[in-house]
Design a protein around this ligand. Sequence first.
Ligand code: FES
Length: 495
Amino acid sequence: MTPWSPESWRSLPKHQMAEWEDKALASKVLAKLQKLPPLVQPKECDRLKTLLAEAGRGERFIVQGGDCAERFLDCEGGRLETQLKLILQMGMIVEHISGKPTGKICRIAGQYGKPRSKPTEVVEGLGEIMSFKGDNINGFDPKDRKWDPERLLLGYWHSAATLNFLRGYAASGDHDHGLRSITVESLKASEQFGSYTEDAKAISSKSISSETVEFFTSHEAMQLDLEEALTRAVGSEYYNLSAHLVWIGDRTRQLDCAHIEYFRGIANPIGVKVGPSMKNDELKDLVTVLNPKKEEGRLLLITRYGAGKAEAMLPDHIEAVKASGVPVTWQCDGVHGNGVVAKSNKLKTRMFDDILTEIMEVIPVGGEDQTMVDGADPLSSPVTDDSSLTLIGRRKVKVDPTSLAVGVGLGALVGFLVSKALSKGTLVNPSIDKASAKVATVQSMKDIEETCKNNNGKAVFCRCWRSSKFPYCDGSHAKYNKECCDNTGPLVINA
Ligand code: FES
């Protein structure tokens, strides 16, 4: 393996990156970015790595969400507060229902770039123009599509303002009451509305700890000259200090190209998007190059197959990774493999049911393999404007498009459904003596007689695997049956 440096990617083939016509201006901008203070701290990146390692072992659930691409115009307090609140509340829902702690990653404060399937597009009246590659590169207005390096600095200022606001919000404590009020009104049409209401009520009485409001940031590191400028030496390591987690997109993961070279050398936890075109051998090689020290929590594999494809693809991908011996944490992005063009406005969007279908397909596959699939990236569209409505698709969810109800309603729905699927479908035994390969309960007749003597002539044994007094029943089957529409009950032995 050749030696690595923050700029060693430069000599390799590059994909999806903007080239700057004015090289002198680009150099000036990048020199300025190299001097500006880092946006996150190395220790925070290490902390996220620890949480991802726990998720990889099935001890934690990771929730990641945010905009597909942030716009500079979206950097305003109310909107940012809504997004953070939504992700934190999804974490609270998942924790409440799954019984596992969560790690929350916000795709925010740096997601200003967009990979494009085509570099140009044809616009009526203007002919063929450059595609919009995100506010970091060019403007959304068709007349503003020239690639402009000064936008990289604008991206930095917007990231800094966003992080400053979100960190202040999380640290202030003012959010305390608001976070515990989970809006479920928009889910009234669901048959499970009663159970959602009960869960929301139970969550409202929980206390908010510093871990409840802990969050991390992420973005796709696509424009590598920008990422290099924000990469800093920390002891003998190099960290990309523009975000806690950066990921490689499905279009830039070629083994012999620039992005893999850059990512293999940074010390952050890193993500890789895994789409349907990923070959098993390719994935095996990729994880080996990106995590040569076999470090837990280093590598997050984010699947984005599209609804209907996970069952066919994920088992072989899991086997390929296992064969490499590299520990990874799996996450499901139910959004990006399900793009469709809306007939009404020709905008790219997703059907909400497709998103949920993909997530639900991934859960049992991961569960059977004991490689827990730990997350979702469920909301990649703006959460507070009308375009969110297109996400709802065929699902009967009534929302007010101008209120928090859109984001919180959809986020809550995803949180509830995913958590319930996790607690329902994956494991018969979710928690009892998990260190053992097999839990065998041996009770002698003498024990049973003794129990009957002390328990009104009955020994009542748990068959739902949820009792805190296992092997005896403590009534937990009632709650489990209600949540999961099951009908388990105890084995009762009468003396
Ligand atoms: S608690 Fe498991 S059957 Fe009652």
